[in-house]
Design a binder for this molecule. Structure first.
Ligand code: ZN
Length: 462
């Protein structure tokens, strides 16, 4: 039949694959090649930027504002294959650490998993694409309950008197999305209307846990696992149970029967809401899906200040001892010796170059301010004291660390000699620039104090 139609019409047989509203559309499972345009869009941005001229902070801004956004449109509709996420991540990672589209592991200063953690937990806050993809699809699934769009109507037609937990052959795309239904039920509650879009057993429609968790013995005796709340309310619990129940199941049945008896259904549709009873958003799902770690002690010192992003990023690396110091580069076999170029006999770590190198010690003594810590992993312990005003003291310390680090570059890369006069003069000019980020009243109060600290140091040195 098919062959004869091809002969009559004189056409070729091709698989259905087309682009519809910018997304690949096919009857079959999409192949990796179908996602090539998404990767090509990332490449298009990268090739349009003057990569080698961008600083770390500019790259972070571009990753967050542009590269993260490229796959979002596709991720709202599809669960991207792991290899495609990996390919985009490789490009984001290389762009962050080298400003190029490829990089070796030795050039990555911090593991990518760590980079993708929230700043509060010691990461750089760059979005994890895998998690973001899930969050966007969960939002889509949530809209399915709350929406009256043609897509939602079609799905609910297929699932009349049934819950979306039920496996139906509605195609590969739906099967993929359906794999997240369990997460949806874990992360949301249902404000019950007519009960037609709510699972009696798996949704959290009364209290903070689904009935399957509350009554495990009872639910091991049900005949149909995907019954809606509406059906259960209409048919009664008994109609959905096996004839013989264990003693525990009988006890649980009485409690469940009581809950069902109290339930009054409304004429309106069910509404899916967050655990805090708010409207759901993809941001809510993203935060819930992240595996949260303990809060990072250095978070406030590093990020909750008005220092420029380049200073904050540098501080973030220093708190992890991941600055490209001689010690770290020697560990990766990039330089022959781990020793500091300023003092020539101790290993150059972040703590050494910013706190304990004789040059750093002389700098802090010259400005008569002591950070009062023994390691850069403990920057959160720094406290302000006279003559340094307490306001924005983090910016002042980040500036000083930044100056020490740049002074180190002058010695390593341009063969200058260490000089307190030079670093203090650089401090005065940089302080004028950095302080412009504060509001006018803070500038008026702090600029004379900060400049005074550096000027006095120059005067004392003579
Ligand atoms: Zn040193």
């Amino acid at each position: 039949m098919e062959e004869s139609m091809i002969q009559v019409l004189g056409c070729k047989k091709e698989p259905l694959l087309m682009n519809y509203l910018g997304l690949p559309l096919s009857c079959n499972k999409l192949g990796l090649a179908d996602w090539a345009p998404t990767i090509a869009r990332v490449d298009k941005y990268l090739s349009g930027w003057e990569l080698s001229l961008l600083s770390y902070s500019e790259r972070i801004t571009l990753i967050n504002a542009v590269l993260n956004a490229v796959p979002i449109y596709s991720m709202c509709a599809y669960i991207l294959p792991a290899s495609i996420i990996h390919a985009i991540d490789k490009k984001r990672r290389a762009f962050l650490w080298t400003g190029e589209d490829k990089c070796s592991g030795a050039k990555c200063l911090v593991a990518w998993e760590q980079v993708c953690k929230p700043k509060q937990e010691g990461g750089l806050g760059i979005r994890c694409l895998r998690t973001q993809n899930k969050a966007l699809i969960l939002k889509k699934l949530c809209d399915l309950t709350n929406d009256t769009s043609p897509w939602a109507s079609w799905i609910w037609q297929e699932y009349e008197n049934d819950t979306i937990n039920n496996r139906k052959s509605l195609g590969h795309h739906w099967r993929q999305i359906q794999s997240l239904v369990h997460n949806l039920q874990l992360l949301t509650k249902v404000s019950v209307g007519n009960g037609k879009r709510t699972s009696f057993r798996e949704d959290k429609w009364i209290g903070d846990q689904p009935l399957s968790e509350k009554f495990p013995a009872l639910f091991s005796h049900v005949t149909q696992t995907t019954t809606t709340l509406h059906t259960m309310h209409t048919e009664g619990l008994q109609a959905n149970l096996l004839h013989r129940l264990t003693r525990q199941a009988v006890v649980e049945q009485q409690s469940a029967q009581h809950i069902l008896g109290e339930l009054q259904l409304q004429g309106t549709d069910d509404v899916r809401i967050t655990e805090e009873r708010k409207i759901t958003s993809s941001k809510y799902f993203y935060n819930k899906l992240l595996t949260h770690q303990e809060n990072c002690k250095n978070f406030a010192f590093t990020w909750q200040n008005k220092a420029p992003l380049k200073g904050q990023f540098f501080t973030w690396l220093a708190t992890k001892d991941r600055l490209p110091t001689k010690y770290n580069l020697h560990y990766k076999n990039i330089v022959p010796t781990p020793n500091c170029d300023l003092c020539n006999h101790q290993q150059e770590t972040a703590t050494h170059i910013l706190l304990t190198c004789p040059f750093a010690v002389a700098f802090w003594r010259a400005i008569q301010i002591n950070p009062g810590i023994t390691s850069t992993t403990n920057l959160y312990r720094i406290r302000p004291y006279a003559p340094l005003p307490a306001q924005h003291y983090q910016v002042f310390f980040i500036l000083c660390f930044w100056l020490l680090w740049n002074h180190r570059h002058e010695i390593v890369f341009t063969n200058e000699q260490p000089s307190l006069h030079r670093i203090l003069r650089a401090a005065i000019s940089n302080c004028t620039l950095w302080i412009q980020r504060l509001n006018q009243s803070d500038i008026a109060a702090l600029e004379p104090a900060w400049r005074g600290i550096f000027n006095s140091a120059i005067t004392r040195l003579g």
